[in-house]
Write a protein that binds this ligand. Structure first.
Ligand code: HEM
Length: 413
C-alpha cells in the first residue's frame, strides 16, 4: 500500500543542491506554510521551508520520526531511495523512550570534553593534508573538495569508529551514493542498500574478532551486554548513522566555508592571525546549511497550519532546515555571507530531542580545517562558479568538486 497523500503535488523538488535548491526554497516559501512536492519514485511529501513553521513542527507532539506509527501498512523498502532514511532501526526513526535508549549509547562519546581531546589528532591529519596540497605547483587547479574537505571528516569519522584501512574505500564508496536523489534507478537504490549492509557486516565481524577502544567496539559491547542489548539491526543502523551523519554533512560545511572565505580577504587574514573561527563557521552553517531537506517526518494526526493548509494523518513531511537560515525575517540579507554578522540564526543541527549530537565534533573539524587552510593559502581562489559544482541531491548541500587556485602563479613560496 503506497504512502498516503490527499492532494496533488503543487510542484516538483529538483534534485540539485546549491543555487537551484535555494531558488526552489524561496519559491516554496511564497507558496505557503507547507507545500505538497513531488519526490522521486512517485512519492509526494509536504515541504516546509518557513523558519517559524519548521520550528513549530519540530516541537509538535503529532509529528513523528517513525513511519510505522504514522502509516501502519507501510512495508520497509516500499520506496527504495528513502529506505536508508526511514527503514533503519536507529535513533533517527524512533520517538520517545525508544529514541532515548538508542541515543544514549553514542552521546557519551560525543560530549564536548571528549571531542576536544581529539583536537591534536585532527590538527595532525589536517597538517598532513595541507602538506599534500602544498605540493601542487603555483597556479594549478586543485580540487579542494576531493583533496581536503572530503578527507577531513572521513578521516576523523573512520578513526572515531576504528574502521580498518582496508575497509575504508568500500565504506566510503557506498556512503557517497546514499545522498543521491537524482537518477539512481530503483534497482541501483536497492543494490546500494544491500552494499551498505554488507559493508557494515564486514566491519562488525572484523571488530568482533579484534575489539579496541573505538566507537564501533563500544557499540558491539552494547550489543553483547545482558541487560537490554542493542539488537544486530540496531547495531548496524547506528553504525550507518554515525558514518553517514558524521561525514557528508561536515564535508559540506568545510566546502562552503572555504568557498565563501575566498571572497572575504579580511576574514581570511583574521583567521590566519588567530581570531576565533566559530562565528565564521556559524555564519556558513546559516547561509549554506549542510543538510537542506532531511527525510522524513510523519503526521500522527491532522495538523492545521492555517492558510488552508492541513497536513493529514499519515502524510510525510520534509523539513527544510536551510530555509530557516535563509529566511529574511530571521536573518536580514540572508543570501549574503557576512563574516561579521552578529549571532547568525540557523537550524543546521536541528532542534529538540533529535538535535545533532555530533555538532561539537563537526564544529571542531571545521574550525581546524578552515583556520589551517587560511594560514597555508591566504590567496586561494575558487575557479569558476561554485553553483556549477552542486551535487545531485535535494538532501545535502553537496558539491561534487571545488576547483581552486591555491597560490597565484607569481607565488613561488
Ligand atoms: C556540519 C555537520 C553536521 C550537520 C549540519 C548535522 C546535521 C544534523 C541534523 C539537522 C540532525 C537532526 C535531524 C533531525 O532533526 O531529526 C542531525 C542528527 C544527527 N547527527 Fe548530525 N550533523 C552534522 C555532523 C554530525 C557528526 C559529525 C555526527 C557524528 C559524529 C553526527 C551525528 C548525528 C546523529 C547520530 C544524529 C541523530 C540524532 C537523533 O536523531 O537523535 N552529525 N544532524
Amino acid at each position: 500500500m503506497p504512502i498516503p497523500f490527499h492532494i496533488a503535488a503543487a510542484t516538483t523538488m529538483p534534485s540539485r543542491a546549491g543555487q537551484c535548491m535555494y531558488a526552489k526554497t524561496e519559491e516554496l516559501r511564497e507558496l505557503g506554510p507547507a507545500v505538497p512536492v513531488k519526490l522521486p519514485e512517485g512519492l509526494t511529501a509536504w515541504s516546509v521551508v518557513r523558519g517559524e513553521t519548521v520550528s513549530y513542527l519540530l516541537a509538535h507532539p503529532d509529528v513523528s520520526r517513525d513511519v510505522t506509527r504514522a502509516v501502519p501498512t507501510y512495508e520497509p523498502g516500499e520506496v527504495a531511495w528513502l529506505a536508508p532514511w526511514i527503514d533503519l532501526q536507529n535513533m533517527t526513526t524512533k520517538d520517545g523512550a525508544e529514541h532515548a535508549r538508542l541515543r544514549r549509547v553514542v552521546v557519551p562519546s560525543l560530549t564536548n570534553r571528549r571531542i576536544q581531546r581529539l583536537r591534536p589528532a585532527i590538527e595532525d591529519s589536517v597538517h598532513g593534508l595541507i602538506d599534500n596540497l602544498s605540493r601542487h605547483p603555483a597556479g594549478a587547479s586543485v580540487d579542494v573538495h576531493a583533496e581536503y574537505s572530503y578527507q577531513v571528516p572521513t578521516l576523523v569519522i573512520c578513526d572515531l569508529l576504528g574502521i580498518p584501512a582496508e575497509l575504508r574505500p568500500e565504506v566510503l564508496r557506498v556512503f557517497r551514493l546514499v545522498a543521491r536523489t537524482d537518477d539512481l534507478t530503483e534497482a541501483e537504490a536497492t543494490q546500494l542498500n544491500i552494499d551498505l549492509l554488507a559493508a557494515m557486516g564486514t566491519l562488525i565481524a572484523e571488530k568482533r574478532s579484534r575489539p579496541t577502544d573505538d566507537l564501533t567496539s563500544i557499540l558491539i559491547a552494547e550489543s553483547e551486554k545482558e541487560d537490554d542489548p542493542l539488537t544486530e539491526d540496531e547495531l548496524i543502523a547506528t553504525l550507518l548513522l554515525m558514518i553517514g551523519g558524521g561525514s557528508q554533512t561536515t564535508i559540506n560545511l568545510i566546502d562552503h566555508a572555504l568557498a565563501d572565505l575566498t571572497r572575504c580577504p579580511h576574514a581570511r587574514q583574521a583567521l590566519a592571525a588567530g581570531t576565533d573561527p566559530r562565528p565564521i563557521i556559524e555564519e556558513s552553517l546559516r547561509k549554506d546549511c549542510p543538510v537542506m531537506n532531511l527525510p522524513m517526518r510523519w503526521a500522527l494526526a491532522d495538523i492545521d497550519l492555517g492558510e488552508d493548509v492541513i497536513i493529514r494523518a499519515g502524510e510525510p513531511i520534509l523539513l527544510n532546515y536551510g530555509g530557516h537560515g535563509r529566511d529574511e525575517t530571521i536573518n536580514p540579507h540572508a543570501e549574503q555571507f557576512d563574516p561579521d554578522r552578529t549571532e547568525p540564526q540557523h537550524l543546521a543541527f536541528g532542534l529538540g530531542v533529535h538535535r545533532c549530537p555530533g555538532s561539537n565534533l563537526a564544529i571542531l573539524e571545521a574550525e581546524v580545517a578552515v583556520t589551517l587552510f587560511c594560514q597555508a593559502f591566504p590567496h586561494a581562489q575558487v575557479i569558476g562558479d561554485i553553483n556549477d559544482y552542486a551535487g545531485p541531491t535535494f538532501i545535502g548541500n553537496d558539491l561534487l568538486e571545488l576547483p581552486m587556485q591555491l597560490r597565484p602563479t607569481h607565488d613561488h613560496a
